[in-house]
Design a protein around this ligand. Sequence first.
Ligand code: G6P
Length: 605
Amino acid sequence: MCGIVGYIGKRDAAPILMEGLRRLEYRGYDSAGIAVAHMGELRLAKCKGRVRELEKRLPSRFKGAPGIAHTRWATHGEPSDKNAHPHCDATNRIAVIHNGIIENAAALRARLESAGVAFRSETDSEVLAHLIAAMPEHSLDAAVRAALRLVTGTYGLAVLDAARPEAIVAARNGSPVVLGIGEREMFVASDPAALVRHTRSVVYLDDGEVALVRADGFETATLDGGPTAKTPSTINFTSEAFDKGEYAHFMRKEIAEQPEAVGRTLSGRLEPRFQTTHLGGIELAAHELLDIRRVKILGCGSAYIAGCIGAHLIEQLARLPAHAEPASEFRYRNPVIERDTLYLAVSQSGETFDTLAAVQEVKRKGGRVLGIVNVVGSTIARECGRGIYLHAGPEIAVVSTKTFTCTAVALALLAIQLGRIRDLSTADGGRLLAGLAALPEQIDGIVAREPEIARLAEQLVACEHAYFVGRSAGYAVAMEGALKLKEVSYLHAEAYSAAELKHGPLALISPETPTVVVIPRDDLYQKNISTIAEIRARRGPVVAVTHAGEMPAPVDAMFDVPASEPEFDPILLNIPLQLLAYHVALKKGCDIDKPRNLAKSVTVE
Ligand code: G6P
């Protein structure tokens, strides 16, 4: 969602900040802005729309440093020029960029207005600029700390004072802030993507920390001013990971990266000696794993759906009741937390607000929760303290592809480990390990058949509606297939459990509404064949995604995936659906990497 970039050093800030904003575009936003300090004065430009609009509006001589810049995703106040960040105090000296939500903004605003402050926007963030300006403290960091002591809510923020250009100040509470350490220059960002071009040495702020950032270094403190100690860490990926390279879209690049990404998720976690898996990061001893009676998986969007595949695997392989639920629902229904349930929070970004809130609810009630997260050091990863990192590499496209697959693989690893200390035999363990190890090559083989899938996409591109159906684990694949198509191509796609078709949706089957039927090689194969017959009897076109071999029922189009261990069918069956969504969107000319109204990580409620 919102993005932050800051720079302090000898160079002109604007080119660095604009490049940083472009790198944050993938997160989703609706307006952008920049402020730099120049000869004691603040220079400011901001507007609704894309970063390229902002670029057009920048005066040709937009010189100065330090500087801060922002991409906004509207929460309080519509997307507009005036609501875009940075926000300034009345004297246009202090500029603030803010991610998160100030919960007591209305009260603070009323207080400032009664003291004569005139507001220029409808945002909650503007109160921060006026509040900081009103503080009597003479150093900027002390003023920011004093102001933040009056604030309740979440923030990642950066503050610039044109009259005191020797430092910028950053602070974090619930919304990520990372400092980048350069050669006599420093960077601030909400996401390492914005600074990997310049440095790989970074420091992540913790909640409640405020950083004073100078060109030659930084100091951190709590809101009360007590110094905190930080150790820099190294970002372990290069800036190429954030470039499209030879691909037209990040989504397509990330689909192609899946074999290596899955390889990294598996790396070091297979234990062929005992035909099991080993997940060191979960920090649970065998006897603790044995005490687990139930597994509950929480996540949002594709993370939730990957959780559905995982729940199915855990139930199958470990014979433990397992269930996935949208984190947003879970957190608000006063959930019953059980001592012998293992809670899993699934999140690519590790920043999704609802998932974080669900983790906090579990912890508050004494439950045990592990994170299944891609971004190392992210909020959910830290809040959980232990779990499984996906190691999928950065995912830039708003829609999730490689991290969906890697999440399902991570949950498969856990299912095997839980299974092998229960009733899963060594023979089955060995079979499943071999199945997992074969996945990267099989995925590669599917991606190589892209032209076939592009032809399939022609069946869908002219339609207004499409159904995706499946049963059991195949139903989760149908859900993800429909979600992906909806997200990137704006085609109305709905997923149903195949058996539910005749309880309603069948009324809408017609020659204009194709159905994608997901058919794993499981016990329900014959039932899925009957579903095809039901649809075709209503003259509905059928696209079957299944395995090679004769289809005992006629279909209009088919794509087959290689045979894997049947437990992993859902993982492979999903890959062609990713490419299907991509090609429908491509043919429709959609903004594939940045679908309208969507954000990569939803850090607000
Ligand atoms: C947003 C994204 C989805 C993603 C979901 C959860 O809705 O658009 O692609 O699946 O958030 O994100 P997370 O980072 O928690 O996996």
